[in-house]
Ligand binder design. Sequence first.
Ligand SMILES: C[S@@+](CC[C@H](N)C(=O)[O-])C[C@H]1O[C@@H](n2cnc3c(N)ncnc32)[C@H](O)[C@@H]1O
Length: 183
Amino acid sequence: METFFIVFWIIVLIVIFITIATYAIGGMSAAPWVPLWKKDIRRMMQLANVKPGETLYDLGAGDGRMVLIAAKEFGAQATGFEIATLPYLLAYIKIKLLGLSGQANDGQAKIRYRNFFKQDFSKADVICIFLTPKAMKKLKLKLQKEVKPGARIISYAFHLPGWTETKKDKPNQKTTAIYIYQK
Ligand SMILES: C[S@@+](CC[C@H](N)C(=O)[O-])C[C@H]1O[C@@H](n2cnc3c(N)ncnc32)[C@H](O)[C@@H]1O
């Protein structure tokens, strides 16, 4: 019995350690997990003019709320990339529970446990970003090299250095800016 409790607590401590460590790694790599308001996600989808069947990437997907809305409400083939274990698991469970991962769906949502700096962006029609200005600086050349002509990049709150926006949406003082770029 005593051994059982020791093993149990070791496992609990390992899980807590991995959760905190991967959260910190995400924060240092590109941005900590700060979930977007769903109304802002819908605003981003509308500004990007996301159409059914389009391939959408969310770089740093958190708990998957963006890929779920993109798939469910806009019919996108949406994939999110996440490296922090807790939000990744939440996204994975939500996608499975909502049955949005199957090929049969018009809109499809996927979550990948992957560093998006190692992901090729050439297949994306729409790329969504809510990251720190420092991470955007790191990302700009990769985006310039890999994003296909006509694809849109939507950035929440921060301007993407080295790119000229096709539109900046900031309806009033209180609303956070959203920047849209097209290659
Ligand atoms: C500000 S949150 C994004 C919120 C999310 N897009 C939403 O719709 O709520 C940034 C996320 O990026 C993740 N992240 C940071 N660096 C990453 C990397 N290199 N690869 C994958 N995910 C990363 C963080 O763990 C965090 O969950």
